[in-house]
Design a protein around this ligand. Structure first.
Ligand code: NAD
Length: 486
């Protein structure tokens, strides 16, 4: 096991402002995806720990945290943002080791976490209610109030970014958070708890418990003291989370991934498009909910786009996260097996791999590497064009005209993000309106979008919006007050 920046012991839970052993004292192994070695031991949080965390969060709401004004909450988030910025190199190293993403991508995630805290810190005192014109003799108004204790279940692919967007917005609105990071990667969540304590966030406002999804995660979703759930992860677990929330009649935000397309029309500026077409597929080894895993190209330029993308694929460098190349390993042997399973389906059904990047000779043998693969042409009905692979695999699909492009783009179970490449402004607008998804990028592709841009899906990609100012409405509830004064 190597020594880790920012973390003393990694095998504790953070509850009520204190580090302590989990109730069962059991731990789980965290592997380094770059070489398969043991990276750290983490606590195996249990239902008893979740209960303690929810109580600590409620105590914070009833105590110091609940008494802070919106301005004071905003300042607390700003202080935390500053700590994150100061620690961003160490946070990036932790995330790179833990998730396997190249260091510069991990550094970008640390900067995004700082920016989320800055954005939501600045917004905390700018969320207002309304006065409503009503009957004679009345004044009616609305108040925006916190839900109470909010549960945050975060996956392993972008821990810092997802913590920033959900915990940042929830704290800004005055909720107290219980965060359950993923069992595959949770070190930056633990470091974040440490930085929050150092920044003076009142005890209990943020509680962090690693653990297994079916244990700690399920206990959090079922706890009667939780008033709102934010979940990012798989469709299957998202459905369980929503079912659990239904039993307690609480709201839930689900962000469940996608099969997002980029549409390339014949008039597109290809030189501008190409880096986006490829990067949005291979960033974080394709383990991105908003990965552009489908590239739709107008038939007259299909071969040209495929050849130019293939050239980029051949130049991709794959290796250990700290070597900071283009593509790192996948998170786990299991995830690598999923990708290899899909590549076997591709081979068996006769799909052509027009380009495959080689795994670098320096990549450690025990790491969970997969070869980035570009497949073309692929029919839009094929499993590889329909199912989320969560690996560095892109399919290229030809289309005939605008209507065909829209039909193919909307023709999966998902609806998260889309990109449109065209010089025709009217067409871009028509298509943006016709696409069934949560975000559309025209002549760019934001791979999840900026901090300021509301984000979330339709259909199997989930519901509810995080990021941007919109998230502050999701993480609060509206109370109407009607005063009769005659
Ligand atoms: P997952 O849904 O199993 O895990 C995500 C989070 O949910 C983790 O924190 C996990 O501990 C927790 N969890 C698991 N079971 C739970 C339960 N019963 N109750 C409450 N919480 C639970 O995702 P995964 O197994 O890590 O990945 C599987 C697939 O999910 C991937 O291949 C990918 O398709 C998708 N995925 C999507 C995203 C995204 O950003 N949308 C992120 C990760 C994974």
């Amino acid at each position: 096991m190597q020594s880790l920046p920012l973390l003393g012991a990694s095998n504790h839970v953070f509850i009520g402002g204190h580090w302590r052993d989990g109730a069962t004292r059991e731990t789980l192994s965290l592997l380094n995806p770059s070489d398969g070695s043991l990276l750290a031991r983490i606590a195996r949080g249990s239902a008893a720990d979740i209960d303690a965390a929810v109580r600590a969060a409620q105590a914070a709401l009833d105590g110091e945290w609940g008494r802070l004004t919106a301005v004071e909450r905003g300042r607390a988030l700003m202080r935390l943002s500053q700590r994150v910025l100061a620690a961003s190199d160490d946070l990036a190293t932790l995330e790179a080791l833990d998730v396997g993403k190249p260091l510069k991508q991990a550094k970008a995630d640390a900067m995004a976490l700082a920016r989320y805290l800055e954005f939501y810190g600045g917004a905390a005192d700018k969320v207002m209610g309304e006065t409503i014109p009503f009957a004679a003799g009345y004044t009616a108004l609305t108040l925006r109030e916190p839900h109470g204790v909010t549960g945050h279940i975060v996956p392993w692919n972008y821990p810092m970014q997802i913590i920033g967007r959900s915990v940042g917005a929830a704290l800004a609105m005055g909720n107290a958070c219980v965060l359950k990071p993923a069992e595959e990667a949770c070190l930056t969540a633990l470091a974040f708890a440490q930085l929050a304590a150092e920044a003076g966030l009142p005890p209990g406002a943020l509680n962090v418990l690693p653990g297994l999804g079916e244990e700690a995660g399920a206990a959090l979703t079922a706890h009667a003291g939780v008033a709102h759930l934010s979940f990012t992860g798989s469709v299957a677990v998202g459905r369980l989370v929503q079912a659990s929330a239904a039993l307690n009649t609480i709201p839930v935000t689900l962000e469940l991934g996608g099969k997002s397309p980029q549409l390339v029309f014949a008039d597109a500026d290809l030189a501008a498009a190409l880096p986006f077409l490829v990067n949005a597929g291979i960033q974080n080894a394709g383990q991105t909910c908003s990965a552009a895993s489908r590239i739709l190209v107008e038939r007259s330029r299909f071969d040209e786009v495929v050849q130019r993308m293939a050239g980029r694929y051949r130049g991709l460098r794959v290796g250990a996260a700290l070597d900071d190349l283009d593509v790192g390993p996948l998170i786990s042997a299991r995830q690598r097996d999923v990708v290899e399973h899909y590549l076997a389906i591709a081979r068996d059904s006769g799909l052509v791999a027009v380009a495959q990047a080689a795994i670098g000779s320096h990549a450690p043998a025990g790491g969970f590497y997969a070869q980035p693969t570009l497949l073309a042409p692929v029919s839009s009905a094929h499993a590889l064009a329909q199912e989320e692979i969560f690996g560095p695999v892109q399919v290229v699909i030809p289309f005939d005209d605008e209507a065909d492009a829209i039909r193919i783009a909307n023709g999966t179970a998902y609806g998260l993000v889309a990109g449109v490449w065209t010089r025709d402004g009217s067409r871009a607008l028509r298509i943006a309106r016709a696409l069934k998804c949560g975000q559309v990028f025209v002549n760019n592709y934001g791979a999840g979008g900026g901090i300021e841009l509301p984000f979330g899906g339709v259909k199997a990609s989930g519901h509810g919006r995080e990021k941007g100012f919109e998230a502050l409405y999701g993480f609060s509830t509206l109370k109407t007050v009607a005063i009769h004064h005659g």
